[in-house]
Design a protein around this ligand. Sequence first.
Ligand SMILES: Nc1nc2c(c(=O)[nH]1)N[C@@H](CN(C=O)c1ccc(C(=O)N[C@@H](CCC(=O)O)C(=O)O)cc1)CN2
Length: 276
Amino acid sequence: MAIIIDGKKISTEIKDELKEKVASLNKDITLCVIQVGSDPASTIYVNNKKKACEYIGIKSLSYELPNETTEEELIGLVEELNNQPNVNGILVQLPLPKHINEDKIIQTIAPHKDVDGFHPENVGRLSIGQKGFVSCTPAGIVQLLKRYNIPIEGKECVVVGRSNIVGKPIAMLMLRENATVTVCHSRTKDLKEITKRADILIVAIGKPKFITKEYVKEGAVVIDVGIHRNEDNKLCGDVDFDDVIEKVSAITPVPGGVGPMTIAMLMHNCVESGIA
Ligand SMILES: Nc1nc2c(c(=O)[nH]1)N[C@@H](CN(C=O)c1ccc(C(=O)N[C@@H](CCC(=O)O)C(=O)O)cc1)CN2
């Protein structure tokens, strides 16, 4: 019988631990949350982040900017917040409207306030094993594995997807945890042959129900990072959950797996920034 990894439960555990930690600090922690435009999914995520802040005792300042905001205006706001000593974390919700260069904005955030862990300095620190903010979804995946006592060291880990936000940083983190890591992507040949080697298969490929039982080794742990909404408003991941469930030893569901961990780990980074 496969273990269904409960990300909602673990994220609540983490938020409760952080709430206790914040209560014991005699210090305000402030996160600035910037949203440009009104993408409905982004609005939900931003609201959930603000709710999480409130629950833990972190002050959140909200900046809701119109879709027409220029790149220069957004850079101006980020620079202003970089210079405010009371601000511990700055988060720009992605995706940004097409006319704004996301890389440019991320690079404007001061690395010590980059609680998303997206700044090249933090990405570089992760890749050479130095302390810095780690991107929240990958950090959440490692927490899930550890809190379910799933061994990582010495395991064959295959990552499907090479995005800057998930694929590359999770590969770095699993390496740091002494797994043997292979990264696959849309141009990988014989993908099935490689994924079938995985003790831990992490999928962030952005294609609904792409991974079926033919891609999975008997007894593998499968981590699904995808989120897709179908015509009936139902969510599914990159993994065909019903197809692989009989074959795996543990799996994250969608919803309720990796997703909630993203916000829990953002809160973790905010508290770390507040303590530093
Ligand atoms: N600045 C950032 N932008 C984006 C990030 C990010 O980490 N930083 N990640 C995603 C969106 N995201 C957080 O911002 C996020 C996505 C999904 C979830 C989540 O809890 N998903 C639920 C399902 C929710 C639903 O009903 O849609 C789940 O999987 O159970 C939280 C946060 C892109 N942008």
